[in-house]
Each structure stands twice: as structure tokens, then as C-alpha cells.
Design a protein. Structure first.
Length: 101
């Protein structure tokens, strides 16, 4: 599982039939403190996330197919959860409530 930030949305006018109508997001892996790490990737959104959200991402095809229930789907990366907070060494390094204040 990867900690990531949603940095954009992706629109595709032509898609494999099983992906028609699905929301695609551009996500970038981040360190616990939110600094970017790694390359951005396109993920199928399963939680209705939006730009700026900190999310949990699965980046492994078999898990993606199990979650969607589509055995032959060309799916590798999925957004599967929102991150409420991150604690590292006893210190909270991210808390989404602080962003809303």
C-alpha cells in the first residue's frame, strides 16, 4: 500500500469497456510528512477522492481485480482509502482536520 496525494484528474474519451464511467485520478506517492516521492501514476478511484486529498493506494494488479470484482480488468492501481492522520515516532505529522481549519 502506498501513501499518496491526489494531484489531478484524468479524462479519457476512449477506454476499455470495463473502465467506462470510472473515475481516474493522478496520484503522487508522498512521505509521511507529505513531501513528494516517486513518480505520479493514474489510479482508479474507489472512494470518491478529489484533488488535494491524502489517500491510500494499492499498486498491484491482482488486488485491484479482487477489489473491483472484475477478473480480467486491466487494473493495477486503485485509490482505496482516505488518510485521516499519520503518526511517526509518536508525533502527528499529518492530520486532515488541520487542513480544514
Amino acid at each position: 500500500m502506498i501513501l499518496a496525494q491526489v494531484v489531478g484528474t484524468v479524462v479519457s474519451t476512449v477506454a476499455v469497456e470495463v473502465l467506462a464511467g470510472q473515475t481516474l485520478l493522478l496520484v503522487r506517492p508522498v512521505n509521511p510528512d507529505g513531501t513528494p516521492t516517486g513518480k505520479a501514476r493514474i489510479a482508479l478511484d474507489r472512494v470518491r477522492a478529489g484533488v488535494g486529498d491524502r489517500v491510500l493506494v494499492i499498486d498491484e494488479g491482482n488486488s485491484g481485480r479482487q477489489i473491483t470484482g472484475i477478473a480480467d480488468a486491466p487494473i493495477k492501481t486503485l485509490v482505496v482509502g482516505f488518510v485521516d492522520s499519520v503518526e511517526l515516532g509518536g508525533e502527528v505529522v499529518f492530520d486532515h482536520r488541520e487542513l480544514e481549519a
